[in-house]
Design a protein around this ligand. Structure first.
Ligand SMILES: [Zn+2]
Length: 263
């Protein structure tokens, strides 16, 4: 929503992919049908605010997890600087007590709310979303798409017409390799009828899938190599490294001492 003096970000589409250890197939990188523990795979919530998504998390997932003596881990890319603020606002609107947000300045890197834990994916791997498929060997399954996110505002959300100009896709902040891929895509799609709402939905769905597959592959590889689960006890990479050192390399009753002048 914007006018000449003020711009305010409001979520208008939230998409989630839900899996658990019972239904996720690491070989096929997908979920095996509807799961009796975690329910449907894909959920889409249209409309402002996070209320419907919050209802799903706190009234369905948290309940299912409690019945199965489990926790809900929600990974979000760029949670600390962006989405986390919407989630925190929704939590405050619900008047939940005892939540445990971990702030870093104005950023929110984790929120604990009962048996629900929101986690910033960037705290585990400092990768932009377009780089994740290659980093985790998922290129044959997913590829980051393109969307004119600068048109996603109240005045232009119903746009249907020619492929929007390059400037609406945020080309000024794209890395060079991604920019070259975008130029190629934009040139080859001239002449298409562009429905912004439909394209936004496809784009967001794909983003969510990239993150899900990357998190699950990261966790799977980590467990195979170290026998430790990186996400159940930590929410950033540094303590994961310390945990591996203590579990795998230190002798009993051995402590690491940091040099006074640092490493
Ligand atoms: Zn499941």
């Amino acid at each position: 929503m914007k006018n000449d003096e003020l711009t305010s970000h409001k979520p208008n589409l939230l998409i989630s992919n839900t899996v658990c250890d019972k239904c996720y197939d690491h070989q096929a990188s997908t979920k095996n049908g509807n799961c009796e523990i975690c329910g449907e795979f894909i959920k889409k919530f249209f409309g402002f605010k996070c209320e419907l998504f919050g209802d799903y998390v706190y009234k369905e997932l948290a309940y299912l997890a409690e019945k199965n003596d489990a926790l809900v881990y929600i990974f979000d890319h760029n949670f600390k600087s962006y989405d986390g603020h919407f989630i925190l606002q929704d939590v405050f609107n619900r008047d939940f007590r005892g939540i445990e947000p971990i702030p870093n300045g104005s950023e929110v890197i984790k929120i604990n709310d009962g048996n629900v834990r929101f986690i910033e994916s960037l705290s585990f791997f400092l990768l932009p979303l377009p780089a994740m498929p290659k980093a985790f060997g998922l290129e044959r399954l997913v590829e980051k798409g393109f969307c004119p996110f600068l048109l996603n505002n109240k005045e232009e959300i119903d746009y249907v017409g020619d492929l929007p100009d390059e400037k609406y896709f945020g080309t000024d902040i794209m890395k060079s390799n991604n920019l070259a891929r975008f130029k190629n895509w934009h040139n080859s799609n001239q002449g298409m009828i562009f429905n912004l709402k439909h394209e936004m939905e496809k784009y967001r769905s794909n983003d969510v899938l990239i993150l899900l597959l990357s998190v699950m592959e990261f966790r799977n590889q980590f467990k195979e190599i170290t026998s430790l689960d990186p996400i159940t006890r930590n929410f950033t990479l540094a303590p994961v490294g310390l945990e591996i050192s203590r579990a795998k390399f230190f002798e009993p009753e051995q402590l690491a001492i940091t040099p006074i002048t640092g490493f």
